[in-house]
Write a protein that binds this ligand. Sequence first.
Ligand code: HEM
Ligand code: NAG
Ligand code: NAG
Length: 507
Amino acid sequence: MPSTMALFLVLLGTLCSFIYFFRTLTTNKNDRKLPPGPAPLPIIGNLHMLGKLPHQSLHRLAQRYGPIMLIKLGHVPTIVVSSPEAAELFLKVHDVVFASRPKVQSSDYLTCGAKGLAFTEYGSYWRTVRKWCILHLLSALKVESFAPVRKAEMVSLVESVRAMAAEGETLNLSQQVAKVVEVIMSRVIFGRCMDDEVELKPLIEETMYLAGVFNLSDYVPFLAPLDLQGIKRRLKRTSNGLHAFFDKLIDEIERESKNIEERKSYTDIFHVMVSLLNTPMNPADEENPYIIGRENIRGIMVDMVAASFDTTSTAIEWTLSELLRHPRVMAGLQQELETIVGRNRMVEESDLPKLTYLDMVIKESLRLHPVAPLLIPHESTEDITVNGHFIPKKSRIVVNVWSLGRDCTVWSDNAEEFFPERFDNSGIDLRGHDFQLIPFGAGRRGCPGMQLGLTTLRLVVAQLVHCFDWELPDALLPNELDMTEKFGLSLPRANHLFAKPAYRLVG
Ligand code: HEM
Ligand SMILES: *[C@@H]1O[C@H](CO)[C@@H](O)[C@H](O)[C@H]1NC(C)=O
Ligand SMILES: CC(=O)N[C@H]1CO[C@H](CO)[C@@H](O)[C@@H]1O
C-alpha cells in the first residue's frame, strides 16, 4: 500500500514539476545557503526515502550529507541533526529559536488542539502547563513522595513472577513490564490503579503510533482531505475514545467529592486539576489567566499518559533484552546487587544511588536504544543561520538521537557494541549536558519526566535482575535474541520479549 501510494504520488508529482521548478527559481533568488541534503521529489519531497525505520534511513543519509542536513517532508523543510556538536547548537546555543513544536494533525485531535504540554507551541500557555506539571507531578520531591506506590507494586510484581517461576513457566516479559509500568504510572498520575479500565491501553498504543508516524497529510496538505492513509479516521476514533474515557473519570471524581474541602485533600495531579476545574491554573499571573477546563485536563492527561507509559516500559524492555543477550553484564549486575543489597531482601529505592554498574548499564541501553529516537519534532520560530547554514522560520527540527549514540567519533569503533564499562568514570550523564547521550532531549523542551522515568526504570530493572535468574526460552542462545525495532513516537521491540525466571533470593 505505501509503495502504490508513493508511485501515485510520483506520477502526480511529475505532472506538477513545471510549477515546482518555476517556484524554486523564484523563491531561492536570495543566496542564503541552505544545509545540504538529498534532492527532493516534487510534492512528496524526501518522504519516500524514510522507509519503515526513518531514524536508520536518516542516519545513513546523514553520513553522506553531514550532521546538519536538509530534507523535505512533503513541503515542510526539515533539518535533521545528527552529531553531538550540531545537537548542542540546536538544543543549547540557539535553544530558544528551536523550542516550539509544529502543529500536526495528530496532536490537534489527540490533545484537544494542543492543550497539553508535549505538542504545544512555545509560549506562555506551554510555560504555565509545564510549570504546573512539574509542581504537581514531576518535581524530585513529588516523585519521591510516590515511593510507597512503587514499593507496593514491586512487591506484587515479584510475588507474581515468583509464582510463575515456581511453575517453571516462561514469562511474557514485555507484557509483565508494560503492566507494572502502567499500574505505577496510573497510580502516580491519576491516584488510582486503572487495571480494570480495559479501554485505556489500546487507546494509548494507538496514540503513540499515530503521534509518531510520518503522516502524509501533515506534509502534503492538499492531500489531507483524501486521507489516503486512513489516519484521520483512526485519529478521530482514538481521540473520541480518549475524550470519553477522561470525561467519565472526571465525572466520577466530581460525583465522589461534592465537598470542596474534601477535594482539596488530593495529591495526584489529576485530582488536583479536577478539584480546580474552572479556576485559573496560574492565579499569580492576572494578565493571562488560563482557566482549567475539561479540555485542558484531557489534553494534559493524554500527554502525561502518552509520555510516561510507553517510554518507560520500552526502556525497561530494551535494558532487559541487552542483559539477556550479554550474560557477562547480567552477572556483573547481579554481583553488584548481591554486594550492595544482599540476597535476603528486595531492592529498595534508597539502594539505587549506590548501584553504579546499574547506572552504566542503563546509560548504555539508552545510548543504543533511545526510546524517542528522533525526540519530538521541534520547530523554529524565526529565520536563523546556524554554522553557516540558513534555516528558515517554521522549519521542522529532528534530532536523531539514535544516530548520536552510534557516532564513532565519540564512542570509538565499538559504538555498536553493548559495553556498559565505557561509562566507567566517564562523567557523562543523562541530564542533557553531554550531547552525545541525550535520550531525554535537552534544553527548554527536554523531558520534564526524567526523574520519574529513570527512577521507575532503575527500580524495575534492578528488582527483576536481583530477585530472579533469567533464561531465554526454547534453548535460544543469547546472541540469537532478536533485537528488531518498530518505529513510532517511541521505539519498542518489534517482537515481544520472553524469558524464564528462577527465584534467587534467600527466603
Ligand atoms: C525512560 C523514560 C523516558 C524517556 C526516555 C523520555 C524521553 C523524552 C524525550 C526524548 C522527550 C522529547 C524532548 C525533546 O523534544 O527535545 C520527552 C518529552 C517529554 N516527556 Fe519524557 N521521557 C521519559 C519518561 C517520561 C515520563 C515518565 C514523563 C511523565 C509524565 C514524561 C513526560 C514528558 C513530557 C511532558 C514531554 C514534553 C516536554 C515539552 O514538550 O515541553 N517523560 N521525553
Ligand atoms: C505478550 O504480551 C503482549 C502485550 O504486551 C501481547 O501483545 C502478546 O500477544 C503476548 N504474547 C503472548 C504469546 O502471550
Ligand atoms: C511516509 C508515510 O506514508 N509514512 C507512514 C504513514 O502512516 C502509514 C500508516 O497509516 C504508514 O504505513 C506509512 O509508512
